[in-house]
Design a protein around this ligand. Structure first.
Ligand code: PMP
Length: 424
């Protein structure tokens, strides 16, 4: 496959668009950033006319695939009624009601536009509720691109200090100095207990499964231990389920693991590609957003996005998406394991049918630093080679699967087979 037109368009457009792309995470994609003409089901079509089986899925949101009929119809119908009203619609009330049924921690809901800003609302609520300032986050976890949380997301281990006392490493030039943030290794309950015992932590925020870096599950009992330590010290527990929400299952990781946080941040698959996120949580905390804690946003509950959200959540609540993804994703995970084994490539495939992680090497990581020992360069080479055979996967190893992928699993496994054979 060639991607020459994409390369040309990005180069030309760099005259008008910084770097030719509109998100930092679209830079450095091999062979170069792509320009797309269309997307439907599991297939992306780029400007070179290549048809690619898409496991990026918009970085996760497209649980129902690209342009699912129910969501498209709802959004289209709403365009004839309203776009933005700076007020309420029945759509957001109906969508919130579904959320409170699906997500265990969701007694009350506030919608936002992006995961990054919903995280900010969560931290503001936690600080208001506790009159404390410090937020504990974990090495390797991503909670959006804002100054106060873009710490130690993917630091060079040499710069990150001792394993049991990490130094916060900024993710960007121009970021404010670290203030009110403490970075800890994940999956170590004893270290967290010790830190919380100081009594100055407002919130502990985490991805309940670390999918932004290495695909690491919580150790048995870890989430329960965190819950218990937060309860004992009056610390607000925030699960950032922007990825895990609706991909681990309809109730997120919190339902799957049976551990309920105080606050939850949702996004991505919540609206199948429309810009919608949410802060949900216990009534006692969420009541603060109804009062003294300010959370605003011109575009919150934009009508078309809310119509799409309601349509998406209605599908999710029906259980049908999981019935479709479960067999496809499972077959894909098992097929990948077999292809890697047959090719003599040591690999690890962990996660769920709708989101899983592939890593090369013998590493079975429990945290970020261990995950860094996987052969990430070899995996990135594999991902780049797979693109040449029409399968687009994230170079970091995450695979997102949609309801539309069932018919593409065989072709994907054939492409994987051929890629591994030609590399051998
Ligand atoms: N939290 C997590 C766990 C995420 O994966 C992301 C996005 N990748 C965010 C927060 C930020 O969400 P957004 O990009 O919508 O601001």
């Amino acid at each position: 496959m060639t991607f020459d037109l994409s390369r040309q368009r990005v180069a030309d457009a760099s005259a008008h668009v910084a770097g030719g792309v509109n998100s930092a995470f679209r830079v450095g994609i091999r062979p170069h950033p792509l320009v797309f003409a269309a997307a439907d089901g599991a297939i992306l079509t780029d400007v070179d006319g290549n048809r690619l089986v898409d496991y990026f899925l918009g970085m996760g949101p497209m649980l129902l695939g690209h342009r699912p009929p129910a969501v498209v119809a709802a959004a289209r119908a709403q365009l004839d009624r309203s776009i933005l009203v700076a007020g309420q619609t029945e759509l957001e009330y109906a969508a919130a009601e579904v959320l409170t049924r699906l997500v265990p921690s969701a007694e009350l809901v506030r919608f936002a536009v992006s995961g990054s800003e919903a995280v900010q609302a969560a931290l503001r609520v936690a600080r208001a509720a506790t009159s404390r300032a410090t937020v504990v986050k974990f090495e390797g976890h991503y909670h959006g691109w804002f100054d106060n949380v873009l710490w130690s997301v993917s630091p060079a281990v040499e710069e990150a200090g001792p394993a049991d006392a990490p130094v916060p490493v900024p993710g960007s030039l121009g970021q404010r100095p670290a203030a009110d943030v403490a970075v800890l290794p994940w999956n170590d309950a004893a270290l967290l207990r010790r830190r919380l015992a100081r009594g100055d932590v407002a919130a502990v925020i985490m991805e309940p499964v670390m999918f932004n870096n290495g695909g690491v599950l919580p150790l048995p009992g870890y989430l329960e231990a965190v819950r218990e330590a937060c309860d004992r010290t009056g610390t607000v527990l925030v699960f950032d389920e922007v990825i895990t929400g609706f991909r681990v299952g309809p109730g997120g990781a919190q339902a799957a693991f049976g551990v309920t946080p105080d606050l939850t941040v949702l996004g991505k698959a919540l609206a199948n590609g429309f810009p919608v996120a949410a802060l949900v949580g216990r009534r006692s905390y969420m009541d603060l957003v109804a009062g003294p804690v300010l959370h605003g946003g011109t575009y919150n509950t934009q009508s078309v996005a809310m119509a799409a959200t309601l349509a998406t959540l209605t599908e999710i609540a029906s259980g049908r998406p999981y019935e479709a993804i479960e067999p496809a994703g499972t077959r894909l995970m098992e097929g990948l394991r077999k292809e890697f084994a047959d090719a003599g490539v040591e690999a690890r495939v962990v996660g769920y049918p709708a989101v899983f992680q592939v890593g090369f090497g013998a590493v079975r990581p429990r945290d970020y630093r261990e995950a860094q020992r996987a052969d990430r360069a070899a995996y990135a080479d594999f991902a780049a080679a797979l693109l040449d055979r029409g399968v687009r996967v994230l170079p970091r190893g995450t695979w997102f699967v949609s309801t539309a992928h069932g018919d593409h699993v065989d072709a994907t496994l054939t492409a994987v087979h051929d890629t591994l054979r030609s590399a051998a």
